[in-house]
Design a protein around this ligand. Structure first.
Ligand code: HEC
Ligand code: HEC
Length: 286
């Protein structure tokens, strides 16, 4: 009896020592939530019925041409199975491949760079749990000269600030959480902040309304959204139903399906509190 307890204890001590020798591993369950609200699956899964999640092939139409989301399952050659956590962090935080080449900003790392270290670690832990798939990546079909990866160096130099999201001391914890969701995780800014002809965000127009391939992504500051109550905005971001009885265009419908409908009630509330706190920007003339 005593012996058994002793061995169990000993096994526990050895296991704890072993676990300590490794860097603290991320939490795949938290990572799954983050992957959902960051829309990783949508861009990295083909739209064909029966497509393997995260095995790539999703066609993404942009003003610069067509991108295909790559395979990010743990397959050693077709996916990112050989990557280390450091490689992953470099891709998310810096938009850089392990060989130093730049990613195209169609991969919204300009937003994801704001993620916390813990969130990146949890995301990585989740991606490691995915079923590996051998689906080969497709080459992007970009318009001249945008297919030139080195051009991204210029784009990054002009517009990309690799840094974790800061905290606004003037705003509540809830509003700060909402800013983190809108900026770093669910990347509302990618479409709702206007872009210049090089695809860089227009200064002073954060979430002031942008143009994307599919049409206009409206102004999300109180100028326009004040016509909806919090409950109406919540309903829209959960189901896509508007008080006027409309359904949103496909680009936003997909964001609702893949990201905002997946937000926990607290996070959805925080996102709305943040949108309400934005300075009201005038509508841009069309
Ligand atoms: C709006 C679409 C979009 C979203 C959302 C998106 N990605 Fe991607 N991702 C891409 C595209 C496009 C590329 C390829 C970029 C390139 O070729 O330069 C890419 C590349 C990557 C790569 C590099 C793969 C490789 O083989 O080098 C990783 C890793 C990755 N994404 C992970 C993620 C994760 C994790 C998320 C969610 C947090 C995510 N992506 C969300 C579009 C997206
Ligand atoms: C891929 C581009 C894209 C992203 C990312 C995106 N949106 Fe949208 N959003 C749109 C488009 C396009 C519309 C217009 C839909 C329509 O006219 O039917 C829209 C419409 C909306 C509307 C309705 C506004 C109105 O006054 O009619 C709200 C609210 C909204 N988006 C919030 C968000 C939030 C919050 C996020 C981040 C979680 C987000 N969007 C991310 C493209 C996007």
């Amino acid at each position: 009896m005593l012996n058994k307890t002793f061995f169990l204890l000993l096994a526990g001590v050895i296991a704890a020592a072993g676990a300590q020798a490794q860097p603290a591993a991320g939490d795949p369950n938290k990572g799954q939530y983050l992957a959902a609200v960051a829309g990783c699956m949508g861009c990295h899964t083909d739209t064909k019925p029966g497509a393997v999640p995260y095995a790539g092939g999703r066609k993404l139409q942009t003003p610069f041409g067509v991108f295909y989301g790559p395979n990010i399952t743990p397959h050693p050659s077709a996916g990112i199975g050989k990557w280390s956590e450091a490689d992953f962090k470099r891709a998310i935080r810096l938009g850089e491949r392990a060989d130093g080449q730049h990613y195209f900003p169609a991969f919204p790392y300009a937003s994801f760079t704001g993620m916390s270290d813990t969130d990146i670690r949890d995301l990585w832990a989740y991606l490691r749990t995915l079923a590996s798939d051998e689906r080969a990546n497709q080459a992007h079909e970009l318009r001249f000269p945008f297919g030139w990866r080195r051009l991204v160096t210029v784009w990054k130099w002009l517009f990309f600030v690799p840094q974790r999201a800061g905290v606004n001391p003037q705003a509540s914890a809830e509003v700060n959480r909402g800013a983190y969701i809108a900026g770093a995780l669910s990347h509302c800014t990618e479409c709702h902040t206007p872009r210049n002809f090089l695809g860089g965000p227009v200064k002073g127009r954060l979430l002031g309304g942008g143009m994307i391939s599919e049409g206009r992504a409206p102004n999300l500051t109180p100028t326009r959204l004040k016509r909806w109550s919090d409950a109406q905005l919540k309903e829209f971001l959960r189901s896509g139903a508007t008080p006027e009885g409309d359904v949103p265009a496909e680009a936003m419908e997909e964001i609702i399906r893949n990201t905002t409908s997946q937000l926990s009630p607290q996070d959805l509330g925080a996102l709305i509190a943040y949108l309400r706190s934005l300075p009201a920007l005038a509508e841009e003339k069309r």
